[in-house]
Write a protein that binds this ligand. Structure first.
Ligand code: GLN
Length: 537
């Protein structure tokens, strides 16, 4: 294709309509027709990135290979499209202003008054075109976070209006995702909120090309026609997006509704060829027809908001389908383990995952959970803080270092088996200063993990400040907990494993950030396999 085409996805009426899933689904469908696609998200908040946000605020913080702390929608993009994203794929208002203000301080505006238009909008457009200018993509999909009409989204919407002019006709499409509520009392689907949100877009100078309508009921023809008439779009450009049983159905729903055909036609591109969706359909078939099921406890401290563990949940979906097995997650609050008992709360589960996390709250509960699964030979998988808890538990109960801990919990512990990384000790700023992104890891020959990965050298993504304290390594090795994954440059321990156990693996990195539909993560796949085996006795 001669040049990159741009697709803008805006949202109206309410938030949480699933712009990320619609964007990822459209990306998948374009990819299935042989196009190269990337997706970016603009977030209208002032934080430079979501790295400093509490998971309760905004769900999981998704980390890319280049170490960017990003919105969880980037996880959907990677999982659906099997691509990697980067810092360029997630930009916040904070970052836009930061860049503009930095330039201003350097004197780059040559004495001009720096204003929202053109300086902020120019910086937004620079970020839109940055991905297209790489020359790698046929399509750049840009998701505008928030709702049309929000004060904080205005500069982004204005930048889209300008960008459309810069790109010229037939090179961009605007998709507006909206909600068609059903009023039970009136037994009617209502179009008015959508009419109003399109009106707001029009006031900002943008005519949407396509409406994607979230709805709990099928959209009858007369409703489609009404929406088309009042919102100034073609009848066939009113796309129904019914509630789905799983997010992985959405590409198929959008395919049925001919969303890609509409996009391609608007861009004057050939739309007749059929997409190759075989792999996706096979995945769905396996996902929906499992021959067995397992119960896995997810022990964490943010369990009230499951979005905090988005990538872990999705990794279990991929790994379950791969094993022909439904994974039921049982959410266990680690603080409840402290007040009740691991035995009571974990009784009957087939496997346990101890989740990543920060801070002191609920940490002892996680350590209790590890003790229970280690002693009862229940398959265990610990991620980041989960691995650190496994190390502490082993130190306390096997090495008999009763007061062993992490300095994150107790700075004065006599046995800091988990300690702050050397380079972290002088860091004061919280934002973007953890050990972030992809690092090499060398796997020990003959270890369980090397069999699982079928290779000796891997790269995985990180987000932490604390590490295994190598002063204790010999003691652990002698007692049967082995460091089987090591960073070749820094010697940091990345994986701990107990051999004499059905499955006991802890990783300092986050494998959940690299599991996709096309490539379920090997550690999750083999964990689910071990859990299934354990259940079947
Ligand atoms: N709090 C721990 C650390 O900073 C673990 C982080 C995590 O689980 N992502 O090292």
């Amino acid at each position: 294709m001669a040049s990159t085409k741009y697709i803008f996805v805006t949202g109206g009426v309410t938030s949480s309509l699933g712009k990320g899933i619609i964007s990822a689904s459209l990306g998948k469908l374009l990819q299935a027709r042989g196009y190269t696609v990337t997706i970016q998200k603009f977030d209208p908040y002032i934080n430079i990135d979501p790295g400093t946000l509490n998971p309760y605020e905004h769900g999981e913080c998704y980390v890319t290979d280049d170490g960017a702390e990003t919105d969880l929608d980037l996880g959907h993009y990677e999982r659906f499209l099997n691509i990697t994203t980067s810092q360029d794929n997630n930009v916040t208002t904070g970052r836009i202003y930061f860049n503009v203000i930095t330039k201003e301080r350097k004197g780059e505006y040559l004495g001009k008054t720096v204003q929202v238009i053109p300086h902020i909008t120019d910086e937004i457009k620079r970020n839109i075109f940055l991905l297209g200018d790489k020359g790698e993509y046929d399509f750049v999909i840009t998701e505008i976070g928030g709702c049309v009409g929000d004060i904080e989204s205005l500069p982004f919407i204005e930048a889209v209006r300008q960008a459309k002019w810069d790109i010229g006709p037939h090179n961009s499409v605007v998709i507006h995702l909206t909600l068609i509520p059903y009023l039970k009392a009136a037994k009617e689907l209502k179009t008015k909120p959508t009419q109003h949100s399109v009106k707001q877009l029009l006031e900002a100078g943008i005519q949407p090309d396509i409406l994607v309508c979230r709805t709990e009921q099928k959209l009858p023809d007369e409703i489609r026609k009404k929406l088309a008439l009042f919102c100034n779009v073609a009848n066939n450009s009113v796309i129904e997006a019914l509630d789905a049983e799983t997010i992985y159905d959405v590409p198929m729903f959008m395919h049925k509704e001919k969303l890609t055909e509409r996009v391609l036609t608007k861009l004057k591109l050939p739309s007749k060829t059929q997409p190759d969706l075989e792999q996706w359909k096979n995945f769905l078939l396996k996902l929906k027809n499992p021959s067995d099921e397992v119960n896995i406890a997810l022990v964490g401290k943010y369990v009230e908001l499951q979005d905090a563990y988005k990538s872990i949940m999705e990794s279990f979906i991929h790994a379950g389908a791969e094993n022909d097995c439904k994974v039921n997650l049982k959410w266990i609050h680690s603080e409840d383990i402290e007040t009740q008992s691991a035995e009571k709360l974990l009784e009957g589960v087939d496997g346990v995952l101890v989740a990543p996390g920060f801070g002191e709250r609920g940490l002892e509960g996680k350590i209790e959970a590890v003790k229970y699964v280690r002693e009862n030979k229940i398959p265990f998988f610990g991620i980041c803080l989960g691995m650190q808890c496994a190390v502490i538990e082993f130190a306390r109960n096997v090495l008999k270092l009763k007061k062993a801990s992490t300095t994150e919990l107790n700075e004065k512990t006599p046995h800091p088996v988990i300690d702050l990384m050397e380079e972290q000790k002088t860091i004061i700023n919280k934002g973007g200063t953890m050990r972030l992104g992809s690092y090499d890891c060398h796997l020990t020959r003959g270890s369980k993990v090397s069999q699982i990965y079928h290779t000796a050298n891997i790269q995985e993504r990180h987000r932490h400040r604390f590490e295994f304290n190598n002063k204790y390594l010999d003691d652990f090795e002698k007692a049967g907990m082995h460091a089987v994954g090591i960073n070749p440059d820094s010697n940091l321990v990345e994986i701990m494993e107990i051999k004499d156990h059905p499955f006991f693996i802890g990783t300092q990195f986050h494998p959940e950030l690299k599991s996709t539909v096309a490539n379920p993560h090997p550690l999750f796949v083999s964990f689910v396999k071990a859990v299934l085996k354990h259940k079947q006795g």
